[in-house]
Write a protein that binds this ligand. Structure first.
Ligand code: ADP
Ligand code: ADP
Length: 225
């Protein structure tokens, strides 16, 4: 089964086509990099994948479920990190995660176990009782990543996850993404930085002006050009 299937996705804002007949598939257990310059249509594609934008045309399935027809099933299986996401600055790292965990049907014990695991995974265990407002941008992004992982999702969707981070911060985020793949999870991430997509992805889709320009492993894509 495919992790993500996008077919003929088309979305206009007014008479401007932001995404134009986009089709691609993401396989289970891979890291898929969605590369394109600013304004290419990456976020529009991602928000459609989450069922948050209704496209003009096209179908999207995540793990076999139609995102528009079966939104609840899809929501249980995905974790999402939006671009420029924010946290509760006045709360501790622990409380920020707890707030999100409360949307799921964890018992108190399960919840605490999960929060503990995640804080350790993202390297914020020591900082768990510090208020987020004292965190660096990299620490905040790692906490946001933990938040996206709260329900142990099969498919992780990250919109520009390393944007604005220093090299160390970006390195740590990439390490966490690789850890998730090791557990068999599927990761879809967008970026406008070629080197990053090159470094992290098993396969790549390149989007320019709403259209898919290339799809495959980097080796395959390089041969084409
Ligand atoms: P990316 O994530 O690759 O930067 P987006 O999907 O955010 O691209 O945007 C694609 C294009 O659509 C851009 O030109 C952007 O200005 C435009 N756009 C995005 N959202 C809207 C909107 N709600 N209304 C009008 N235009 C939009
Ligand atoms: P652990 O033993 O796993 O380090 P605790 O059992 O001490 O964690 O903490 C569990 C709960 O108690 C959490 O909900 C946490 O928010 C709260 N808590 C414990 N100590 C503190 C503290 N110093 N500041 C804020 N919250 C705390």
């Amino acid at each position: 089964m495919k992790a993500i299937e996008v077919k003929n996705l088309t979305k206009s804002y007014g008479n401007f086509k932001a995404v134009d007949e986009l089709s691609f598939e993401v396989y289970k257990g891979e890291i898929f990099g969605f590369l394109g310059p600013n304004g290419a249509g990456k976020t529009t594609t991602i928000l459609s994948m989450l069922g948050l934008i209704i496209p003009d045309k096209g179908t999207i399935k995540i793990l076999g479920n139609d995102v528009f027809r079966e939104p609840i099933k899809v929501k249980e299986k995905i974790g999402f990190l939006p671009e420029n996401a924010t946290l509760y600055e006045e709360l501790t790292a622990w409380r920020n995660l707890e707030f999100f965990a409360n949307f799921y049907s964890f018992s108190k014990q399960e919840k605490e176990k999960r929060i503990k695991e995640l804080l350790k995974l993202v390297g914020l265990w020591e900082a768990r009782y510090r208020k987020v407002k004292a965190f660096s941008k990299g620490m905040k992004q790692r906490l946001l990543l933990a938040q996206a992982l709260i329900n142990d999702p099969e498919v992780l969707i990250l919109d520009e996850p390393t944007s604005g981070l220093d090299p160390e911060g970006a390195y740590l985020v990439k390490s966490i993404v690789r850890e998730e793949r090791k557990k068999g999870k599927t990761v879809f991430f967008s970026s406008h930085i070629l080197s990053e997509v090159e470094e992290l992805s098993d396969r790549v889709g390149i989007i320019v002006k709403g259209k898919l320009r290339a799809l495959g492993t980097l080796e395959e894509i390089k041969k084409e050009f």
